[in-house]
Design a protein around this ligand. Structure first.
Ligand SMILES: NC(=O)c1ccc[n+]([C@@H]2O[C@H](COP(=O)([O-])OP(=O)(O)OC[C@H]3O[C@@H](n4cnc5c(N)ncnc54)[C@H](OP(=O)(O)O)[C@@H]3O)[C@@H](O)[C@H]2O)c1
Length: 497
């Protein structure tokens, strides 16, 4: 693996502590970091190198998935860490940073390969990229890469503008846009696993009646009011994570050849997605906001009573959508997506329902989180958790990478220059293009905002969206307590993955 300098903007922030340091530590333990590796942490606060290292160590103790018990290992890991004060707006700080980096590269005698990781608010992306360019930080004789977190733009116009600015400093090939759903082992292996599942169950020849993709959260807006009230479920989850799940699923079915490039296929999906017109949005989209209710036995306030949220806020905390991919395989298969906050249970799941003539329904279920696995289930419609008639639930596969955090995979991929599981600009732009009429309809109030009680499955209009087509959301157990785990006669067939 090539030597590299990891230049971390936002080194004192939450994401760095909770995700980036633990992921780097795990890569170090697994010997997946370059043997010559240097990290320069940046922030406005004045910190000594020692205090910085000790803060990083603390975050490993709190958040690392490997137990942090061998002091020598931690010490070796932290040897690579240095801290430098930088205010993103002060050009002279970048000049000093260049000196610091060059000194370290010289000391370690390494090629100036530099990975700039922007773990800061998106309002800083343009300024940082421009200053990297102007200061010469990006002109060394090695590779340079820019890693950025979502949100990538606020709408189609702002995303294009941001991308244009970034392209003045970095080529598309050098930009790594993190969508951490793409780093989840289950999402990456979904295609391969589904192919095993389909051939084993001889489902390939059956017709798919519908697809449902749900990402339900029990949490409310928490401490993110300032950001979330301007983003909503549509920008926070739908435009990026949910559409990426849709792309990953539909490119893998029915019979993707392994040699085809993932990015190219994903773009094809987005191009064949039937566009919406803002006047029609309310026929295909349900917009919701949580009211007061009960989560896990405790009373919770409604969205507009949350700290930092205006009483009159019309922001969406829930979206359900009906989509159609206009290609020969998918054209008759409705795809339903929903995501929201303060819902009854936390789960990310895809359900593929097969056409059937009788009362028995065949489902292929991809559990992405918190549990992982692919299941085949035969059930009576509406009785998927019934005590009387238990469905057959065959567990088809597990991923081998269980427990691995998405950031481990993605940071490693960025270090080795593999962009397969990062969002390409074309996908991001096509996603914004598809979503823009919804944003317009929301802004112009052409789509009603439905209030749903916290602890429910969202507004009942989201149920009606499916009922119109003769479907219902699977695994919505409206009269069952959250603690009642999925029941069913489970037969396990392990697959080689
Ligand atoms: N937290 C998460 O779980 C999460 C998940 C997904 C995406 N993200 C995205 O990741 C990014 C970072 O989020 P976060 O939660 O880590 O934010 P955060 O806790 O607020 O941290 C922000 C970081 O930016 C630095 N910073 C702020 N203003 C600066 C300036 N003018 N010059 C230099 N540094 C400055 C802060 O350091 P100083 O105060 O020392 O300057 C701090 O290290 C955001 O884009 C967010 O949307 C976060």
């Amino acid at each position: 693996m090539e030597p590299a300098t990891f230049v971390l903007f936002g080194a004192t922030g939450d994401l760095a502590k909770r995700k980036i340091y633990p992921a780097l530590f795990q890569l170090f333990v697994d010997q997946k970091l370059p043997s010559s590796f240097s990290l320069i942490g940046l922030g406005r606060r004045e910190l000594s190198h020692e205090t910085f290292r000790s803060n990083v160590e603390q975050s490993l103790i709190t958040f690392s998935r490997s137990e942090v018990k061998d002091a020598d290992v931690v010490k070796k890991f932290l040897r690579a860490f240095r801290y430098h004060v930088l205010d993103v707006d002060r050009k002279e700080d970048y000049t000093k940073l260049l000196q610091v980096i060059e000194e370290r590269e010289e000391e370690l005698n390494i090629t100036p390969n530099r990975m700039f990781y922007l773990s800061v608010g998106p309002e800083f992306f343009e300024t940082i990229a421009a200053n990297i360019h102007e200061s010469g930080l990006g002109s060394a004789n090695g590779w340079k890469r820019l890693v950025i977190e979502k949100p990538f733009g606020h709408d189609l116009v702002s995303a294009r503008k941001l991308n244009h600015k970034l392209n003045q400093a970095f080529d598309e090939a050098e930009i790594y846009r993190i969508d951490h759903y793409l780093g989840k082992p289950m999402v990456q292996q979904m295609g391969q696993l589904l192919h095993s599942a389909l051939s084993e169950q001889d489902l390939r020849t059956r017709d798919i009646a519908s697809i449902q993709i749900s990402a339900n959260e029990t949490l409310g807006v928490e401490e993110r009011a300032g950001y979330y009230d301007h983003a909503g479920a549509i920008r926070d989850m739908f435009q990026n994570h949910m559409l990426q799940l849709l792309m990953m699923l539909t490119i893998e079915l029915p019979n993707r050849s392994a040699v085809e490039e993932v990015g190219k296929l994903k773009r094809k999906v987005m191009k064949t997605l039937k566009p919406l017109n803002k006047m029609d949005v309310s026929h295909h989209i349900v917009r919701g906001q949580y009211g007061a209710g009960e989560i896990k036995g405790g009373q919770v306030v409604g969205y507009t009573d949350e700290p930092g949220i205006a009483l009159e806020s019309q922001n969406d905390t829930f979206i359900a959508a009906r989509l159609q991919v206009n290609d020969p395989f998918w054209k008759d298969t409705p795809i339903y997506i929903r995501t929201g906050k303060r819902l009854k249970e936390k789960v990310t799941r895809i359900v593929i329902e097969y056409k059937s003539r009788g009362p028995l329904k065949d489902l292929l279920i991809v559990e992405i989180g918190p549990n992982e696995g692919i299941f085949f289930q035969r059930s009576q419609s509406g009785q998927e958790r019934s005590d009387i008639e238990m469905p057959v639930r065959s567990q088809l596969s597990f991923t081998k990478e269980g427990g691995k955090d998405a950031y481990e995979t993605l940071i490693h991929d960025a270090l080795i220059g593999d962009k397969t599981y990062f969002a390409h600009w074309d996908e991001v732009e096509l996603s914004w293009e598809w979503v823009q009429p919804i944003l317009d309809a929301y802004r112009e109030n052409l789509t009603p905002l439905h209030i749903y009680p916290a602890g429910s499955y969202g507004p009942h209009e989201a149920d009606e969206l499916l009922e119109r087509d003769g479907f219902h959301w699977w695994f919505d157990f409206k009269n069952v307590s959250n603690n009642d785990a999925t029941k069913g006669d489970i037969h396990t067939y392990e697959y080689n993955t």
